[in-house]
Design a protein around this ligand. Structure first.
Ligand SMILES: [Zn+2]
Length: 80
């Protein structure tokens, strides 16, 4: 993704990095796109309900040295 123009509706800090990534819901198999927040740190983890099947997923986000995001999820009930 290239930023050739300003995104007025995004609270961007001028980063050229990807602003969203996808994970696959464990329950329904749909790919869910989530926004990336680089200000939250290199390794992130949070719970989000799947917008398709409402199953709570634990979302993991990790950024590598190039700033590429790796995103994956686990079903919340499996994560204890
Ligand atoms: Zn789902």
């Amino acid at each position: 993704m290239y930023s050739d123009f300003e995104d007025d509706d995004l609270d961007s800090t001028g980063s050229q990095l990807n602003e969203e990534a996808g994970y696959v819901c464990n329950r329904c198999g749909e790919e869910i796109v989530v926004p990336l927040d680089y200000s939250e740190g290199q390794s992130q983890q949070y719970v989000e309900d799947c917008p398709v099947c409402c199953n709570p997923n634990v979302i993991f986000v990790e950024f590598d040295a190039e700033g590429e995001a790796n995103v994956w999820s686990r079903a919340e009930q499996d994560y204890n």
